[in-house]
Design a protein around this ligand. Structure first.
Ligand code: FEO
Length: 170
């Protein structure tokens, strides 16, 4: 039987992941408007990943016999100040999500819920990757320093990103 404090924290995380998904979709829309379809693609994949994270939590709550309770998703930002601003906001957001996952892990530890800790381990590892991916893009952007040719090449590269569903990939 899942304890209430763990269940509440898992439900809160479904909301946080849904917010992330919606925020990245908003960033995709921003890039589409700039004519940067590769950057938009990267953000759409990010949106799909976050939706998959929300679903992973959803399915876990169901598996543990808990009740999923979906709350309203807060308004996401819709205006940005260029490509670097978008990725700086992305990094700040992912660092925040890492904190949320760590806090969630603390709740599971305190509740002596080993099953939840085992489940959350995947997200702990995932956050390392999430932060590293964004940091890499940010350093490249800083090297390019707004030069059209570099942005064009990067747009082509980010356009190659494909979504791998963590709910079906092993
Ligand atoms: Fe669901 Fe970007 O962490």
């Amino acid at each position: 039987m899942i304890k209430k404090e763990v269940l509440d924290a898992l439900n809160a995380q479904i909301n946080a992941e849904s917010y992330s998904a919606y925020m990245y979709l908003s960033m995709a829309a921003y890039f589409e408007n700039m004519g940067l379809s590769g950057f938009a693609n990267w953000m759409k994949v990010q949106y799909q990943e976050e939706s998959a994270h929300a679903l992973k939590f959803f399915n876990y709550v169901v598996d543990r016999g808990g009740k999923v309770e979906l709350k309203a998703v807060e308004q996401v930002p819709v205006d940005f100040d260029g490509i670097v601003d978008v990725y700086e906001k992305t990094l700040i957001h992912e660092v925040h999500v890492t904190d949320l996952i760590n806090n969630l892990m603390n709740v599971a530890v305190k509740a002596n819920d080993h099953a939840a800790q085992s489940f959350l381990k995947w997200f702990v590892d995932e956050q390392v990757e999430e932060e590293a991916n964004v940091e890499k893009i940010l350093s490249t952007l800083k090297l390019i320093n707004g030069q059209g040719n570099g942005i064009f090449m990067m747009d082509r590269e980010l356009g190659q990103r494909v979504f791998v569903d963590p709910n079906t990939a092993g």
